[in-house]
Design a protein. Sequence first.
Length: 748
Amino acid sequence: ESAARWLSARPDDPATIEANIDVLLNHGHGRSDYERALHLLLPQLKRFPYALGLRLSHASALRKLGRQEEAEKVLHEIVRRHPDHAWSQVQLAWVNQRAGNTEEALRILRAAQEKAPHDTSICDSQVQILIREQRFVEARELISCITARVLDDAGWRGTAIGLLLNCGSPEEAIQVARDAVARSPYGAYYWLLLGKTLADHPQYAEKGEIESALRKSIAFNPSLYEAADYLAMLLAEQRRFDEAEAIIATIEKRLDDPSPARGRLAWIHRRRGEKQKPVEEMSDLVRHFPWYEWGWRVLLDWITEDKAWDKARQVLTALPPELRTNLNVRQKRLEVLGKAGFPPQDLDQEWRSLLQDFPEEVALHLLRYDDLRERELWEEAATVLRHVQPLAPHSPYFLARWIELLLREDRRDEALACFEKLIFAETEPSQWPVKYSWEAIKKAKYDEAAWKRVQAAIDQGSLPTPQGLHVIADYAIALGGAEKKETTRQPGWRVLFPHRGAREVLRLLKIFDARSSEGNNYSRATLLSRLIDYGYGRRVLWYWRRHKPRVEDDVSAWCEVGRAFTNLKEFWAGRKFYASWRERKGVGMWVIANYLMCLTGISKKQLREVRSAAHDALAGLPHDNCARYLVYRELEACALLRDQNGFQQAWDLYKEYVDGRLEQHEWFESKRRYLLADLPGLARSLRDNDLHTYKKQIRQLRQERFGLRQPQQATSGSGQQKIQWWWIIWLVLWLLWMISSNFNDGSR
C-alpha cells in the first residue's frame, strides 16, 4: 500500500516503480506475483532504458520465473555497461552455476573480487557455490583467507561461522568466534556469536562457557534480544525457570515489537510443565501479532503434540494475509489440518497451488513428498521428487527419499549407489538421512547387499560419516547373532573368542586406527560404544590399555571407556579413571552420572566428591536426561554430610527437579530411586525449619542407603521396618576379621 501511494504521487520516478516491482518479487505470492511484476516492468524499461535498478529487477524477475537464459543475457548487458557493479556479477555467477557451468561462475566471482576485495557478498557466493559442489576443502581455505583479510568485519564473522558449519567444521567455526572475542573483548555481538555457536555444539565448550558468553553479551548490550533469548533457553534446559522468565521480562521493555519476548515466556511456561495455559497465550499472541512466524510454528507443534484438533480448526481455518508468503507456516498449517480431519481434496488443491507458486523451494517439495508417501499416493509422490532432482541433486535430504523411491521401483543398484554416496559423504548435517535410507533398505531386504558394498568401500579407503559408522557398526555386530547386554557382560570364554559381529567391529577399529595416523578422523567412540552395548566391555578396556594416548586425546572415546568401567562394576579403577573429568572439554552429563555410580559414598571423602562432582557438572555442563539424577545425588550427599547450607543452596537452584517425579526420557539409577520419595520431604522440613523432622529423615535416609530400612515406596501397609539380615551377617564377619587381624599384629 505504501509503495502504491508513492507510485500514484510520483508516477515518473523510476525509484518508485522499482519499489513496487521489488515488493512483488521479494514479498509476493510466488509465481503469479512474479509474472505480474514482469508485466508491469516491461513497459517501464522502454520509458527508462538506462535505469540500473529496473534492469536489475528485470533480471531478478526472469530468474524467479525460471527463464535463466533470458536472465543471463540481461545480466551480461548490465555487466557490460556497469563493469564495477558487484551484485549483477554475483547474480550472473549464480545463473551459470544453476546451468552447470561451475567453473565459469567461479571465474566471474574471482574477477569481481579483484575489483572489490572487501565486498564480502562476493566471497559468500564463492563459498556457497563450492559447498554446493561438495568442494569443502577449497571452501574452508577460502573462508580462512577472507577472514584474515577482513578481521574487523562483524558481519563476515557471523557469515563465516555459518559457512564453516555447513562445511562440517564446527571446531573451525568456534575458533573464528573465539578469535573475534579475543580481538574485541567488549563486543556484545561477538560474545553472542560464541555463545550461540557453542550452544549448538556444546561438546566443544568449557565448563560454564556458554552461559558466561551469553551473560557478557547482555552486559555489553542490554538490548540484544537474541543473546537474552539463547540464555533463557539455556536456563530453561537447566530448569531455572524463574531466572529465564526474569531475563525475558527485563528485555521485553526494550523491544519495539514485544511478540518474541512474549512467545518465549509462553514457551518457558510450557517447559515448566503447564499444558493449556501456554497454548492460549500463544494463540492470543499470534492473533494480535499475525506476522510472528516462530509463534505460529510453535503453536502448531503444540496443537499436534496435544492432538487438539478442535483448536486447530478454530485457529487455522482462515489464513491471515500476513502469512500468505510465509512458506514454513503455510506448509505446517496444511500438515496440521490434514491430521485434524480436513477434506483431503481441499488440502491437495492448496498444496498444488503452493508448489506451483514456489517451484524452486526444495524443502517444500520434500515435505509434500512425505505427505503423499504417508497416504501411499506413490505416483504423485514420484512426480514431486523428480521435480526436486535437478534443483538439489546432492542434498542428503533428497537422496534419502530418492533411495526409497528407487527401491520401490526395483532399481536396486542405483539405490545402493546413492546410499553409498550418502554414507561416505564428507559432511553430515543431520543423522536423519542415513537412518531413513537404511530403514528403507532393510524394509526392501537389501541390507546384506548394502553392507557388502559398504564393506568393500571401507577396505578401499573410504571413511563413513558418524551416523553412517553407527549404522555399519550396529549391523556388523548384530550380524553374528550377538544380543544387547548393556548392564551385563559376556562370559570370559566369549571375550576371548567373540562373536562374528564383534570381530568385525574390532576389525573396523583396527582399520580406522591405522588411517587416523594419516590425519583422518573418525568416531572411535561409536565402535567402542557398540562393543559395550553387547557386553564386550572387557575388550574395550583391553583396547584402552593398548592405545592410551589415542583414547586420552579423544574425549568421546574416553567417555566410553569410563562407561565400560562402570558397567563392569570396577568401581575403584573407575574412580581413578574419572578423576580427570574436569580437565576435559566436551564431557557429557551422562559421564558424570556413571562416575557417581562408581562413588558408593561409604566414606565422607567419597560423599564430598559426590557433592563436588554433581555441583560442578550441574553448573557447567549442558543438562541432559541425567540431570535429575545428579541433583538428587548432590542433595543426598549434602544431607548425609549434614551440610544444611549446601542442601538449601542446591534446593533453591534446582527445586524444579525435586518434585518426586521421573519423566519418561530421564534416567535414574534403579537402586537409588528411593531418593525420589525421600528428598522432597527433607527439603520441605528444612524449608519449614523443622530441624527435628529433618534430622530424623536423614537417619532414615542413611538406613535406606545401607539396606537397614525398606524405602518408603516399598514399605508394607503396616509401616513396619524390615531388617536386612545379610547386613548383620556381614557386620559380624567384618568384626571377626578385625579381631583376628589385631591378634596377628600382636595388639591388645
